[in-house]
Design a protein around this ligand. Structure first.
Ligand code: GLY
Length: 263
């Protein structure tokens, strides 16, 4: 038996006043894990709470693209080698549910109209996502890493995309190794300027460093100091093989919360 654990963030720039909102999501994940639920279920349900909370740039509260559209990205990966992601989906309040639906399919990812068509065929809610205008200091992305009693780790991330990005732009959240990476004993999620995260293959490289023996804090500090381009606002959450969770950010305020079933 492994100690269940969760770590979650509300996005680069969201600020400490959002901690209670994140605590609500982490409490839900903890409840699921304590009842014997899976890491996937805990990560998805916590992510749904964050997507449904209009203060975050994900799901309901997603910021407009430069043409006024609201397009959603989401991803999930598990330590037993499964993955699902959706890119630039419209009319989908909870894109993480569609990403999770791909975990056991022959395909990993779907984009745009194809993603929405899949969602319609599988009966996922179709509803207008009103979104909101981008503004300086708007938050970016939500993310949850959960570990269950079997030791499986899952990372779920979701976003409307960082502010002032055009229709069709692809950020880090649905790109494996960029906005997320999970393998046995480690899970990492990123938030912030998606282009900088993508160019540095951030989540994969942090995970790799942890697998190589670095502590979570050392690996994350190395990534923020050494591999991310100068000036990019970035945040990272990670969970290691003992279920330890940590969040760290540079030049931005990323609220994060952790929970562990250890008493
Ligand atoms: N980090 C989210 C995005 O750039 O879309």
């Amino acid at each position: 038996m492994h100690v269940p654990a969760v770590v979650a963030h509300g996005g680069a720039g969201a600020g400490p006043h959002r901690l209670p909102n994140i605590e609500a999501a982490v409490s839900r994940a903890a409840e699921i894990l304590e009842a014997g639920g899976s890491a996937v279920e805990a990560a998805v349900e916590a992510c749904v709470i964050l997507e449904d909370d209009p203060v975050f740039n994900a799901g309901t509260g997603s910021v407009f693209r430069t043409d006024g559209s609201v397009l959603l990205d989401a991803s999930i990966q598990t330590s037993d080698g499964r993955m699902g992601f959706v890119i630039a989906m419209s009319d989908t309040p909870n894109p993480i549910r569609v990403a999770a639906d791909l975990l056991d399919e022959d395909i990993n990812g779907l984009a745009g109209d194809g993603a929405r068509l899949w969602a319609d065929q599988r009966g996922f809610e179709r509803a207008t996502v009103e979104g909101r205008p981008p503004h300086e200091g708007a938050s970016d992305t939500v993310g949850v890493v959960a570990r269950d009693a079997t030791g499986e780790i899952a990372c779920a991330t979701s976003t409307g995309g960082c502010s002032y990005r055009p229709r069709g732009r692809v950020g880090d959240v649905p790109l494996p190794g960029c906005g997320f990476w999970v393998q046995e004993g480690v899970g990492v999620g990123a938030t912030g300027i998606g282009e900088a995260i993508t160019k540095s293959l951030l989540s994969y490289r942090v995970a790799d460093r942890i697998i190589d023996g670095s502590g979570l804090g050392d690996a994350m500090r190395w990534a923020l100091d050494e591999i991310v381009e100068d000036g990019a606002e970035i945040g990272i959450i990670a969970m290691g093989s003992e279920g330890e969770g940590l969040g760290l950010s540079n030049r931005t305020n990323m609220p994060w919360v952790k929970w562990s079933g250890e008493r």
